[in-house]
Design a protein around this ligand. Structure first.
Ligand SMILES: CC(C)(COP(=O)(O)OP(=O)(O)OC[C@H]1O[C@@H](n2cnc3c(N)ncnc32)[C@H](O)[C@@H]1OP(=O)(O)O)[C@@H](O)C(=O)NCCC(=O)NCCS
Length: 484
């Protein structure tokens, strides 16, 4: 591709990005206004003119994201149209232009006896393996593969640096399966060069709850990219989930593939502006000084919510009920079927997850909870800093007074007030724990409070995908699933 073309593409990309930003911000503000004034903005019901406007905005956004992906691909000299997903075109996923109106499988499940007993072939220099997450040496191998080769931002300034303790936690929830921790090694020296994982989960889309597999940590070593290894890994994890009688999956990605069921945007709340500026993560706003920025993002030393304390094991049954009730507000959300699920996912886990509950001092009942997890990023090539300590907002729940439940505007106003009190304390706790920034997506009810709590929109988006499962698109404030 000629330089000029590249320049044109870049200019075009910048224009699209600016336009997209406007559309997204407008849609976001509209959504919050609608929620506060009691209008429902579910994708499933776009009969009102507001619903239609929102649907149009979403469509515009999706088209722009497709264009962006297309241009990124064409600027890397592979002239690819969106119809050219050589792999994804063969898989049970909706096409980009497909309008989905019902909920259910795309293709029928097959009897386990008909599932192939053999993994797909790999190029002869590689071999399949299972990574044993109970063996510290193998955990370390996986940690190293991901630390040096996992997700980076577009400018290759930051790369996710999930800790070994985090990986053990993320990959071994109740009913985890070793056979779903799939690796590829170099046959000659056994070096781990690729990985994909699945964990079992129960997820509700609209009114259907379905056991499925959450796919995560797909990674191919940088030296082996663009050799079509990813599709082989995806086929193999699919075969292994089929062998266990599961035929649906959920996964997320920053890249646009056929076809997102939801798209959320990252928001960032600075806690350590000086470091974020030094890392090139944030910029000092025009006409501001660093001192002003530091003052702007200062958080109190103490929490203020009465009855707030760290979650303890005895809280598990109450938290499960509270959380499941709260998550029932959303169109795509996990269902915590057992106390063990909550014990695993929500109870504080040293250096991995922090969770807090609010206990009513009189009744001793848990009325609210929130949690966040630690996911640092390596700062690439920075002379001063090597790690950015980021906390990610995880699950939370608020007890909504029953008299408000019928009145949507009132409910949203209540949630906005309560969540801003709770998240203010979350910021205090995250600061105390040494985090530089708190990240959140605009899913669940987060959009109601991001502005007030000084979260700023980032340039990252996260697309949610379902495998062999169709359902109408889910608007961001109806997404209740947080993936790691
Ligand atoms: C993602 C990654 C494994 C893809 O490997 P690759 O060598 O770049 O791509 P391959 O040549 O092996 O395969 C390309 C195919 O995989 C698909 N693919 C790429 N990334 C994907 C993803 N995250 N999820 C699902 N499919 C993906 C592509 O769309 C393409 O299929 P298509 O032709 O149907 O569109 C690799 O780039 C990587 O490890 N990146 C860093 C970690 C990362 O981003 N992981 C994904 C987190 S969601």
């Amino acid at each position: 591709m000629s330089k000029d073309n590249n320049e044109n593409n870049k200019e075009e990309l910048n224009k699209l990005a600016a336009k997209m930003e406007k559309v997204v911000n407008k849609a976001q503000k509209k959504q919050v206004q609608d929620q506060l004034s009691g209008k429902q903005s579910s994708n499933a019901s776009t009969s009102s003119s507001d619903g239609q406007k929102q649907a149009e905005l979403r469509q515009q956004l999706q088209n722009m994201m497709k264009n962006l992906a297309l241009m990124e691909q064409s600027s890397s000299s592979v002239a690819k149209t969106m119809g050219d997903h050589r792999f994804w075109n063969t898989q049970p996923v909706p096409q980009y232009d497909e309008q989905v109106n019902e909920v259910g499988p795309i293709e029928p499940s097959v009897p386990v006896e008909q599932v192939s007993k053999d993994p797909p072939p790999l190029p002869k220099e590689f071999e399949w393996c299972e990574v044993d997450m109970t063996d510290e040496a193998q955990v370390k191998e996986l940690y190293q593969l991901l630390t040096f080769n996992y997700v980076e931002d577009d400018d290759a300034q930051f790369r996710f640096d999930y800790s070994a303790a985090f990986l053990k936690w993320a990959l071994q929830p109740p009913k985890w399966r070793k056979s779903w921790h799939v690796g590829v090694r170099v046959a000659s020296n056994k070096k781990l060069v690729a990985f994909i994982s699945g964990i079992p989960a129960d997820m509700r889309t609209y009114n259907v709850t379905q056991p499925l597999t959450e796919i995560n940590f797909l990674c191919v070593h940088k030296k082996l990219r663009s050799k079509r290894l990813a599709p082989v890994l995806i086929r193999e994890i699919t075969r292994r989930t089929h062998l266990e009688g599961l035929f649906q999956a959920v996964y997320t990605s920053g890249s646009v593939l056929p076809k997102p069921v939801a798209t959320c945007r990252y928001y960032h709340r600075s806690l350590n502006p000086k470091k974020l500026v030094e890392c090139n993560f944030s910029r000092i706003p025009q006409k501001w000084t660093l001192a002003r920025m530091i003052k702007h993002y200062k958080v109190p030393d103490q929490t203020t919510v009465l009855g707030l304390r760290e979650m303890e094991e005895k809280d598990v049954p109450q938290v499960r009920e509270l959380l499941n009730t709260y998550l029932s507000r959303f169109d795509m959300a996990p269902v915590f079927e057992t106390d063990d699920d909550v014990k695993h996912w929500i109870l504080p886990h040293q250096d991995v997850v922090w969770s807090y509950v609010v206990e009513n001092p009189e009744t001793k009942k848990i009325t609210d909870m929130f949690s966040f997890y630690s996911l640092p990023s390596s700062v690439i090539g920075n002379p001063k800093h090597s790690t950015l300590n980021a906390a990610y907002l995880f699950y939370y729940a608020v007890q909504v007074p029953s008299e408000l439940k019928e009145k949507q505007g009132e409910e949203a106003k209540f949630l906005k007030k309560r969540l801003s009190e709770l998240f203010k304390d979350a910021l205090v706790m995250a600061k105390k724990e040494g985090f530089d920034v708190v990240n959140a997506l605009d899913l669940m009810d987060n959009a109601l409070v991001v502005d007030e709590l000084k979260f700023g929109p980032g340039d990252g988006y996260l697309n949610y995908y379902l495998y062999n499962w169709k359902c109408p698109e889910v608007v961001r404030n109806k997404v209740g699933l947080v993936m790691l």
